[in-house]
Design a protein around this ligand. Structure first.
Ligand SMILES: Nc1ncnc2c1ncn2[C@@H]1O[C@H](COP(=O)(O)OP(=O)(O)OP(=O)(O)O)[C@@H](O)[C@H]1O
Ligand SMILES: [Mg+2]
Length: 229
C-alpha cells in the first residue's frame, strides 16, 4: 500500500535521509528503529508530506503521492501522531475529539465511541481539560483521534517515550488491538514491545535503511536489533 523508492530528505543543506526505500503492505504493522538522530522522525514527516523529498518517490496504492500536502494525505487516510504528544490543552478531551470529528465530517458520537473503544477509562475524562491528562493519557487521546474518520495509514512517532511502565502496557494493548485493522508505521525504542507487535522492522542508521526484517519468528530475537538502540 505504501512504497518509498530512493527517497532523500533534507533540512536546508543538511541531508538527513539517503536513498530510503521501503514498502508496507495493507494491514501490516511495521516499526522503525534507530538511534537518536538517525532520521526516524524525518522519515515519518516526509511520508506525511510535512517535508518534501529532494529525490525519489512515494507511492500509495499505486498512486504517486510524492509532494502532496499533509492535508491532501490526511484526506487519503494518512494520520501522523507526532513525538511531542501535543494536544489542545485548554480544550476538554471531548472538544479535542470534536475537532477530529469535524475535520472528518464524522458525527461526534461516533468519534467519541472510537476513542472510548480503545481506552474505556477516557470516558470519565471527557469534560476535563486535555492539559490535565497524564502523558500516557494524552498519547492515547492522540492515537484515538487518529482513528476518527477513515484512517488507512497510522504514522506514530515514539508512542511510549517517557511513559511509565503501566501506561506502556496500555499502549501495547491498544496497538495490539489495531493490528491488522489499519496499516501502521511506528517509531519505537521499546524492543520487547516492538518485537511483540511487528510484522516488519526497518532499522535506520545515519539516515539510511540498514536492515529490514520481516516475519514474526525473525523478529522475536531482540538481540539482533541492539546495534540500532
Ligand atoms: N527542523 C530541523 N532542522 C534542521 N535539522 C533537523 C531538524 N529536525 C531534525 N534535524 C536533524 O536531522 C537529523 C535527524 O533527526 P530526526 O529528528 O529525524 O531523528 P530521530 O531519529 O527522530 O531522533 P530521536 O530519536 O532523537 O527522535 C538530526 O541530525 C537532527 O539534528
Ligand atoms: Mg524522533
Amino acid at each position: 500500500m505504501l512504497e518509498l523508492a530512493g527517497v532523500d530528505a533534507a533540512y536546508g543543506h543538511a541531508k538527513v535521509l539517503h536513498d530510503v526505500s521501503l514498502d508496507l503492505k495493507e494491514g501490516q504493522m511495521a516499526f522503525v528503529i534507530g538511534r537518536n538522530g538517525a532520521g526516524k522522525t524525518t522519515l515519518l514527516r516526509t511520508i506525511m508530506g510535512l517535508l518534501k523529498p529532494r529525490k525519489g518517490s512515494i507511492r500509495y496504492f499505486d498512486n504517486e503521492v510524492t509532494g502532496l500536502s499533509p492535508e491532501d494525505l490526511y484526506q487519503k487516510g494518512f494520520r501522523f501522531v507526532a513525538q511531542d504528544k501535543r494536544v489542545f490543552s485548554n480544550l476538554t478531551v471531548r472538544e479535542n475529539i470534536e475537532l477530529a470529528a469535524y475535520s472528518n465530517r464524522e458525527p461526534l458520537r461516533r468519534a467519541l465511541d472510537k476513542v472510548i473503544e480503545i481506552y474505556p477509562k477516557l470516558e470519565s475524562f471527557l469534560d476535563i481539560k486535555a492539559g490535565k491528562l497524564s502523558g500516557g493519557q494524552r498519547q492515547i487521546l492522540l492515537v484515538g483521534q487518529a482513528l476518527v474518520g477513515d484512517p488507512k495509514l497510522l504514522l506514530i512517532d515514539e508512542p511510549t517515550q517517557g511513559l511509565a511502565a503501566v501506561v506502556v502496557d496500555d499502549i501495547a494493548r491498544i496497538l495490539g488491538s489495531l493490528k491488522g485493522r489499519v496499516s501502521a508505521l511506528i517509531v519505537e525504542q521499546n524492543l520487547p514491545l516492538m518485537c511483540q507487535l511487528a510484522d516488519k522492522v526497518f532499522a535506520l542508521k545515519e539516515g539510511k535503511i540498514s536492515m529490514i526484517v520481516s516475519g514474526g519468528s525473525e523478529i522475536a530475537n531482540t538481540g539482533s536489533f541492539d546495534e540500532f538502540m
